[in-house]
Design a protein around this ligand. Structure first.
Ligand code: HPA
Length: 272
């Protein structure tokens, strides 16, 4: 079965479980999954039940596809994602995003936990992703292109939508939440970076670093979806902070800011 047919099979399964036709997709990163609890009139489908989805293995990632409404806006939420470092094929990493794109979403909010590189960032900051640098040494569009999904050589010059970023900025001001913006570098992981790698990333223009989002953005943009990205800066990157890096700090910081994050998404989603 080709990728297009696999996507259709998953889409048909989901369509059979709900009458919701979502307009907006949201991918929830490490420690940020609780937003899914705020979805109203929801249908929750476990990834394991959806044809062609893999099982999720990372702590803090639930593995549910949630369809419903946020203040009347029809949404689909991916609560948990597949990471390249888990050993999945890159096509499997982006498969859920391709499926929700096929459900008809017009826009997609990708969220993640990231290490802060820019000196004036502090753990707990939210950062609007203005652009990314793909350092995963792979691309989800590798291989034969299916024109039904998108073009062979998709433009990435405005992969993160100015329009959506503007709405996030506007809503964060109203809520009095300080939101930064910057460039996200996506690395494969799973080891955290060395201080020398972080100095390199800083030199090439990265403001934050993480192990997700980039493949999903590329695959969704390929399918014509308008994208916003929000990083939760959970820790300062290696060498910037004197402390050793620890996944516990990542989940603890995400937990600390999740109320702001949830409030922001609740206000942004109905407006996009
Ligand atoms: N590096 C890479 N990925 C991350 C980090 C980090 O410092 N923090 C959260 N995800």
């Amino acid at each position: 079965m080709g990728i297009f047919e696999k996507i259709q099979e998953a889409k048909n399964y989901i369509d059979g479980k709900t009458s919701v036709v979502p307009e907006t997709g949201i991918v929830l990163g490490s420690g940020l999954g609780e937003f899914a609890d705020f979805v109203e009139n929801k249908t929750v489908i476990s990834y394991g039940d959806i044809p062609n989805f893999k099982n999720v293995s990372v702590k803090g990632h639930a593995g549910n596809l949630v369809l419903g409404e946020v203040k009347g806006k029809k949404v689909v939420v991916l609560q948990g994602r597949y990471h390249f470092y888990e050993g999945h094929e890159i096509g499997d990493v982006v498969f859920p995003v391709r499926v929700i794109a096929s459900l008809g979403i017009k826009n997609l909010i990708l969220t993640n936990a990231a290490g802060g590189i820019k000196e004036n960032f502090t753990p707990g900051d939210l950062m609007i992703i203005t652009d990314h640098i793909n350092l995963m040494a792979t691309n989800p569009l590798t291989g034969k292109n299916d024109e039904r999904l998108g073009p062979r050589f998709p433009d990435m010059s405005s992969i993160y939508s100015r329009r959506l970023s503007g709405i996030i900025e506007e809503k964060s001001k109203i809520l009095d939440i300080d939101v930064r913006s910057g460039v996200y570098a996506g690395l494969k992981g799973p080891s955290y970076e060395t201080p020398a790698e972080i100095r390199m990333l800083s030199t090439i223009g990265a403001d934050a670093v993480g192990m997700s989002t980039v493949p999903e953005s590329i695959a969704a943009r390929h399918m014509g979806v308008e994208i916003a990205g929000i990083s939760c800066i959970t820790n300062m990157a290696a060498g910037i902070s004197k402390k050793p890096l620890d996944h516990k700090e990542v989940t603890e910081t995400a937990d600390r800011v999740k109320n702001d994050f949830i409030a922001l998404l609740n206000d942004v989603v109905p407006e996009i």
